[in-house]
Design a protein around this ligand. Structure first.
Ligand code: FES
Length: 142
């Protein structure tokens, strides 16, 4: 299995997200790393209703209250820890989870594992260890 670094744990705090890209079978895939209640999770940035990105390119993935992930196109709402759509046109569908690993403050994308397998969340203690102030979310190419 190959791994690819996608972010530092210190780059994200609760309610923030960070987009990244990777190649799968020669095709560019966009993913998003989200931090929800101290847990890091990664999903493909693709709605389950239509093959469109969840955001409008503005890296906003959370609902205003921060409790869910949102598809901005038609308002599908997803549960952050499972990726299951709990409201909207794709009710019951699930975002494609991307497997990640956390090691020494680095978040790695585990390549070679099919999308849809459970995402691995960061341990909350690693996030608490951060010393640096939080950066704003952004886009990152890996
Ligand atoms: S494209 Fe996402 S809810 Fe319709």
């Amino acid at each position: 299995m190959r791994r690819k670094p996608i972010a530092l744990v210190s780059e994200l705090s609760a309610g923030q997200s960070l987009k990244f890209e990777f190649l799968r079978e020669g095709k560019r895939v966009e993913g998003v790393l989200v931090c929800f209640k101290g847990q890091l999770l990664a999903y493909e940035n693709r709605c389950q209703h239509l093959p469109l990105p969840l955001d409008y390119g503005d890296n906003r993935f959370f609902t205003k209250d921060g409790r869910h992930l949102l598809c901005q196109m038609h308002g599908a709402v997803y549960e952050p820890t499972t990726g299951v759509c709990v409201r909207g046109p794709c009710f019951g569908a699930r975002l494609a989870a991307l497997p990640i690993e956390i090691a020494r403050g680095q978040v790695w994308l585990a390549l070679g594992i099919a999308a849809g397998q459970p995402a691995v969340g960061a341990r909350r203690t690693e996030i608490r260890k951060r010393k640096n102030s939080q950066k704003n979310s952004g886009s990152k190419r890996v």
